[in-house]
Each structure stands twice: as C-alpha cells, then as structure tokens.
Design a binder for this molecule. Structure first.
Ligand code: GLY
Length: 366
C-alpha cells in the first residue's frame, strides 16, 4: 500500500480520515479493524465492481479475523431504492449483525449512498466505511455523510446525514472505470473550481487533456484537492445549513433532468454538467456575472466531453416537475447556486419557476 495523502474531516468526536493512495484495497482490513470492536462486516457492492474488487477486500478483512458477508446489488441508480435497502437489512438480520458489526460500501455513489443509509438505520446505526471506486464517489459522494435512497417522487428524499468512520480511496480502482464514468466524475471536479477555487479551475483548464486521458499523477492531485475542499466545507457545515449548499451548484436542474429521463438518460455528473451551464446562463442573463463565465464553464465541460445542452427528447413539464421535487425547493420557491465569477457562487432563493422553465424551453427548441 502506498499512501499519497491523508486528510481529515474535522467533526469533533465524529472526525474521520480520508486516505488516498494505491494498493489500499488489499490492506483495508487492518485500517477498518482499528476502528471497530466487532469482527462482522457486510461488504455492499454492485454487479460491476463486485467481480473486480470484492474478493480483495474480503480477503483483507478475513486476515483480520472478520466474518464477511458480501452483498452484490444490480449496478445502476434503480438500486438506490427502499426495496433494495430492505433486502440488505434482511440479510443483516438473518446474519445476526449486531451493534459492533460494520457495513462497508465498495463501489460508486449508488452503493455508497445505499450502504450508508442501511448502516444509519440498522439497530439505530452501526459503523460504516466508504471504499469509493468511481471518480464521482471519490471526489464527492463518499465524503460528508449524505446517505439516502430515492423515492418515485424525488431523488435522495429518504435519507440522513451519517458520517463514515473512514474513507479509503484506492486510485488503482479507477483503471477499470469506463471512460464515460470518468467524465461523469469530472463534472463534480469542475464544480469545485467554479464554487470555491478559481486557481483549481485554471489548473483544470491547463491540464484538461492530461486529465481526460487519466494522467496518474495529475489525477491523484486533482482528487486530493477535491477531497480537501469537500472536507473543509463539511467541517464548516455538516448538515447544509449554509455554505455546504454551494456544493449543489448545477444540481437543481440536474436532478430535474435525471428524473425526467427516469434515470435512464444522463448519468448524475452529466446532468449536473448541463445544470451548471444553465445556472451560469441564468446568472449572466440576470446580470450577476459576465457572460464569459458561462462560456468558460461550458468550454471546460466540453473539453471533458460532457454534455452541455438539454436532451431534446425530454419533456419540459417533467424536467420542471422534477426540479420542484428537489430538496432545495423552499416554500414552493426554487433555490439556486449561481456563479458571480469563477471561484465564487451565491445562494439565491425565490427564483420564479417560470424563468427557469423559459430557459429550458429555449434550450429544447434551439
Ligand atoms: N454532494 C453534495 C454534498 O455532499 O453536499
């Protein structure tokens, strides 16, 4: 195992480390064993990641004396469901998991959110570990404790803030990630630059070709920078009362697009990419930022071969309805994160839904 970076998410007694490196899966057992009393673990993974990595994790845990149950769910957003959570809970009950047992998420954002949700409710909460294997999960969803399942009436509507005990990021797992999923994660990477860090945004512009072809050293730096930013924000505002909301840049329209496509069209990051461009356009049209801001964001996303336009096959009313089901709607009013410049965004409440519907209509008829 080579550890390249260790970061802390500072949350008092619930503080935890993010460990970034290579060869980590094969050594995960020792690190997990140090943080739990029991020696019973459920590794939750999916049908894509399980065949590649579950055995390595299982063997490492068994070397530390763990009894390991591997639960493999079908890959894809539709697994982030109440029904799937119930099935996993049934396995934990059948296997007599107790309060000192633990749940380990081995996979991308769907697995992390679902496994974390299960850990948060099983016997009122048992220890939970994140081993994210997709770029999106490594730079965003594995850090910060947002766990949830989807409901037919909205994404992530049933969930909790429930922090992991440790996040183990093994960069080797990215080698087998499909290119589309690499690009999907890059949307969340661009987001950090727009919302907090202009210098990081410009580094992404400078190294975009190397990042797209997954240069190992540059990608490792990029992932560590994102985790650092996320750790700082979560430490400041764990439950999204303020600054953490900025991490939702591009997500209101993005969730509308995902829901309108019944999670079969855009991947999450792809939908967020389109949402970030449209939010920047709205900011420019309402005089909050220079139009060049939208152009710069759009150009970088295009460099990363991400979509920047709304899929014309989607229905306007379904996108709007999807947006209105978002958790960021307050008293029927949309809340948007809007850029003032690269590196600075503002939380703006009370945006009329008609204005956003007009923006989407123009896109659909362009
Ligand atoms: N993915 C946004 C957050 O964790 O707050």
């Amino acid at each position: 195992m080579t550890v390249l970076k260790e970061l802390e998410v500072a949350l008092g007694v619930r503080s935890y480390e993010i460990c970034i490196g290579t060869g980590i899966l094969a050594d995960c057992g020792g690190r997990i064993a140090n943080l739990v009393k029991g020696r019973q673990a459920a590794v939750i993974t999916d049908s894509n990641v399980g065949p590649l990595h579950a055995r390595t994790v299982q063997e490492s845990l068994e070397q530390q004396g763990f009894a390991v149950t591997v639960v493999t769910i079908p890959a894809g957003e539709s697994s982030k469901s109440w029904q799937q959570a119930e099935q996993i809970l049934t396995v934990l009950l059948e296997q007599k998991f107790h309060r000192d047992s633990c749940v380990i998420a081995l996979g991308g954002g769907v697995v992390g959110d679902l496994a974390g949700f299960v850990a948060s409710v099983y016997q009122r909460g048992i220890a939970f570990f994140q081993i994210p294997t997709s770029l999106l999960a490594q730079v965003d969803s594995s850090v910060g404790g947002k766990v949830a399942v989807n409901h037919a009436l909205g994404k992530n509507m049933i969930g909790a803030f429930y922090q992991p005990r440790l996040v183990l990021i093994d960069l080797d797992t990215l080698q087998t990630l499909e290119q589309r999923h690499w690009q999907n994660g890059l949307a969340e990477v661009v987001k950090y630059g727009v919302i907090y860090d202009a210098a990081f945004f410009h580094d992404l512009q400078t190294h975009s070709a190397a990042i797209l072809r997954r240069d190992v050293a540059i990608s490792a730096e990029m992932i560590a920078r994102c985790c650092q930013l996320k750790a700082e924000v979560v430490a400041l505002d764990e439950t999204e009362g303020g600054v953490r909301a900025k991490l939702n840049y591009g997500h209101t329209i993005g969730h509308g697009l995902e829901l309108a496509g019944h999670y079969q069209g855009y991947l999450h990051g792809e939908a967020v990419a389109v949402g970030m461009v449209l939010a920047a356009r709205y900011a420019a049209q309402s005089g909050m930022c220079d139009p060049a801001v939208e152009a710069e964001i759009k150009a970088l996303l295009q460099q990363f071969q991400l979509p920047v336009q709304v899929d014309k096959a989607l229905a306007l009313d379904e996108i709007v309805n999807g947006m209105l089901l978002d958790k960021k709607v307050q008293d029927g009013q949309l809340v948007f994160i809007l850029p003032e410049a690269i590196g600075h965004v503002k939380i703006v409440k009370g945006i009329p839904q008609d204005v956003i519907a007009d923006l989407l209509r123009e896109e659909l008829h362009a």
